[in-house]
Design a protein around this ligand. Sequence first.
Ligand SMILES: *Cc1c(COP(=O)(O)O)cnc(C)c1O
Length: 308
Amino acid sequence: MIVTSNNLHPHLREIEKSFSPSPLSPINDPLLHAHGIELWLKRDDLLHPIISGNKWRKLKYSLNDALNLGKDTIISMGGAHSNHLHALAYTGKLLNLKTHGIIRGEQPAHITATLKDLQDWDMRLTYISRTEYRHLRQYHGHQDLPNIKPNEYWLPEGGATPLALKGVAELVTEIDIPYDILCAPCGTGTTLAGMINAAPAEKSVIGFAALKNAHFLNDDVTNLLPSTHFNWKINHNYHFGGFAKTTPELMRFIKKFADSTGIILEPVYTGKMLFALYDLITNNTFKPGLRIIAIHTGGLQGLRGFNE
Ligand SMILES: *Cc1c(COP(=O)(O)O)cnc(C)c1O
């Protein structure tokens, strides 16, 4: 089932026609059977060939807001491999919106595949120091950025806005089988917040932090939620050394997973989450009989950064 919403700007409704459903795939693995656990993947990676799964979910209603307010430019921030800026630049191009990406760090000597795409899709790029970049994280509202013009709309890092939760809720509503636990990888925690907000109170929601020492995520998620929920937690034990850091063990897991299921994972988010789930299942963390649904959040364009 694809949930279509009314009051969506006609341009957004038009581009949404090019999206595919995000199916639920059961994972068949002897390890899962041995522990009595069912694991399903919600395939948001299949939503669109270019616009990464959860990034579309998060962008949809913010872009709708910008269009309804008559804005013509979206400004946002991200790293040199950012899935968020990648989805924004492409969607902006489709919607005839100008986009401006503020990039963390020096302009690299060799342009990354992601930055090349951003340029090709006419995103204006500005490089700023890591200190200045961190400073921008304090601006949350769409007019909060200093010196922002009336035609411009500010989107915080990762598209972390209350409106993002509404798009993520659609992913939860699409799930049409019973389940016990929902899982997602966490960068800013916005996707997780959207799932917590939309999931029935009797389900558990677990996030897996992709960053090291990311305990601030618990507050960030709480702050994004319009009401208090008690059915969620974030696991901080599977960051593999930090954001975008990998280990040979993680890379072997991802390769093995692809060989046995045909499903490609990237090592920044979904690879770490599934490694974690397999590890927790091996250690009997989950009661037999549970059905877990994990979100494949996409992000496969970022894989190119690992080959550069
Ligand atoms: C950005 C991203 C995430 C993290 O989403 P948040 O809402 O920032 O927590 C997870 N997976 C992929 C593939 C992403 O690109």
